[in-house]
Design a protein around this ligand. Structure first.
Ligand SMILES: Nc1ncnc2c1ncn2[C@@H]1O[C@H](COP(=O)(O)OP(=O)(O)OP(=O)(O)O)[C@@H](O)[C@H]1O
Length: 162
């Protein structure tokens, strides 16, 4: 697969554009570098307060994709898994980027106690892992599924499922 061009927006460009990434489409990404570049390619044209949901088992490459995205917004530093802190906030020149792991949040009530809705509304971008309970609240937010491929340690598949 050719490297994903960093100056296109695969979620927003039209179906005839080479960089488009429509619901139902998949990409195979070989190695963490390609995973990051794919994330970076998603960044430029996402409107303010975009929510992007990620699904995928441990090690599927969620943090790697997210780091590409957040670095592409201009954050210059390490992007790490939010598994323990639940929410990481990264300042970027175009606004705050959130990386949320909703897995250990017990219920919708607790999500609201975290003021997640307000945090999201005030952020340039919110990448939310394990956020199924929020899918109905953000019906326009794209959902990407990340998968390991059997016997292919250096490959991941990313599919836009909404
Ligand atoms: N496309 C890829 N091909 C091969 N390896 C990859 C790819 N993307 C990421 N990796 C590697 O897979 C490992 C897990 O990636 P990452 O930490 O991003 O996964 P994760 O889904 O965030 O995991 P967790 O849920 O445990 O935080 C890392 O070593 C990363 O470098």
């Amino acid at each position: 697969m050719p490297a994903f061009p960093p100056d296109t927006d695969p979620l927003k460009t039209g179906p005839s554009e080479p960089g488009s990434f429509e619901t139902g489409q998949s990409r195979l990404l070989r190695g963490p570098g390609e995973q990051r570049r794919f994330g970076a390619a998603l960044a430029p044209a996402l409107p303010h307060a975009t929510v992007l949901f990620l699904e995928g088992e441990l090690g599927a490459g969620k943090t790697t994709l997210t780091s590409g995205l957040i670095e592409a917004l201009g954050f210059d530093g390490p992007v790490t898994s939010p598994t323990y802190a639940l929410i990481h906030a990264y300042p970027t020149p175009v606004g705050r980027a959130l990386h949320v792991d909703a897995y250990r949040v017990r219920g919708v009530q607790e999500l609201y106690e975290l003021d997640l809705e307000d945090l999201i509304a005030g952020s340039r971008l919110s990448v939310v892992e394990w956020g199924e309970r929020l899918y109905a609240d953000y019906p326009d937010a794209p959902i990407l599924r990340l998968e390991h491929l059997e016997g292919e340690e250096d490959l991941r598949r990313v599919t836009r499922i909404r």
